[in-house]
Design a protein around this ligand. Sequence first.
Ligand code: PLP
Length: 375
Amino acid sequence: MIYLDNAATTKLKKSALEAMLPCFDQNYANPSAVYLAAGKARRVVENAREIFAAGLNCDRDEIYFTSGGTESDNWAIFGTAEALRDKGRHIITQKTEHHAVLNSCEALRRKGFEITLLDVDENGIVDPAALEKAIRRDTVLVSIMAANNETGTLQKIGEIGEIVRSKRTLFHTDAVQAFGHMPLDVKALHIDLLSASSHKLGGPKGVGILYKSLDADTAPFIYGGGQERGMRSGTENVPGIAGFAAAFEEREDTKKVSELRDHMTGRLLKEISGIRLNGGIGMKLPGIVNVSIDRVKGDSVLMRLSSLGICASTGSACTSGNGESSHVLRAMGFDKERCDSSLRFSLSGENTLEEIDETVDALKNIVDDFRSITI
Ligand code: PLP
């Protein structure tokens, strides 16, 4: 198998597996209990919290463990809306966000909040000046992702953070695709809330974090026994947290990944006619290549690639297969044909040059085949 769908999920790193295994059959006590064995489990959780706090340049008390990126996004949005509902009911986000953000905002709209959905340019980038104009006295939250899951486009979160801070509003960023793949210093970037997920960087599924600055007024989202300092109840996923921290510590070789990406992009653009890059060349995550190929259907190409053991995607894993064009590419102003002929390849440090070359060769043959049929 050639796995080029790392933006959907990643293979578990060996270091993550090794960190997790003892938490199942030896160090399995509930971290909230009082005996010695519980203290050991507690130390696993607290050690991980320190690793993430150091990685983001924040206080350990600003890290909360969750069940993943979707929960962290929901918590940041619903929790802030709940805490600040008397201050204002206006939230700003943008059109290419993940549905974890878009659908949370939509749910709030139905409850009487006003949502401003900012446009993006043809590279998928939000204009910080347009964002500044959209902020009002009653704006309680601005949610702009760090990196897009379909195109890899990076937003100008440093500039956006500065603007939002100067307007005394809270800034949330969905960093699910960026975390562990690029440096993120929440203090330097003026980020108040940040969502991250373990399974996008070689950790297990079903675990994530919400960074919440000590100054951010955000209500709890899950109520219960009072774990995570009363902010996120539920017995901690100790094996998941241990694996997530180990995967995060073993940073990816981003230089290798971007070299593979550039090699793939270069060959595709040179060797396949009528191919267009979605999301531009600069301001991108190291591992994502998103292209549209004239006169072919992305879904059909994927099936053929799949029959050769090559795994790629047409859009985000959560929405591909539902028959709708990508909301991300549509927001970038592309017509239906360009959206429906798109393919996403997301690379990791585990991929090799040979795998990339094999994929490009296979793609060239498939495209030639389809075009010869449709002529
Ligand atoms: N946000 C982005 C940008 C994502 O890419 C994803 C997953 O695809 C999520 C949120 C949801 O994360 P999780 O799968 O951990 O719930």
